[in-house]
Design a protein. Structure first.
Length: 126
């Protein structure tokens, strides 16, 4: 019984972590055209107490910002360039797809553990 409840806890923590990852990916996509925006990165950490997964601290991507040539932009320097963002939409879409698939896998695990727990309760009631 405890193993089934642990499986529910593991999969719920995985879903929560992937939802946080999707949230940051969507922020990155929405700010892809924001000048000076640094892409947000999230890591996952395993809790040593119960083995669940949780989202770690959010860090900013330190890669170089894209230099955009637009002399009419008020942010442009004397050469007509300004710092864009370092968000690559292809990478963000791939990250979103990976997070979605991981979320779905955790959801299936959660549903399977829930069904097994329900079956166990049904057997105990008889």
């Amino acid at each position: 019984m405890a193993d089934l409840l642990s499986a529910l806890s593991f999969s719920a923590s995985g879903m929560e972590a992937q939802a946080m990852r999707l949230r940051h990916v969507s922020e990155n996509i929405s700010n892809a055209d924001t000048p000076g925006y640094h892409r947000k990165l999230i890591t996952f950490e395993q809790s040593m107490d119960d083995g669940t997964v949780q989202a770690g601290p959010v860090t900013l991507d330190s890669s170089q910002l894209e230099r955009v040539y637009d002399p009419g932009n008020p942010l442009a320097d004397e050469t007509g360039h300004y710092d864009g963002s370092n968000v690559d939409l292809v990478i963000e879409m791939a990250d979103a797809r990976e997070a979605q698939r991981s979320y779905e896998a955790n959801l299936k695990l959660f549903d399977q553990a829930r069904q097994m727990t329900q079956g166990l309760f049904d057997l105990l009631r008889r």
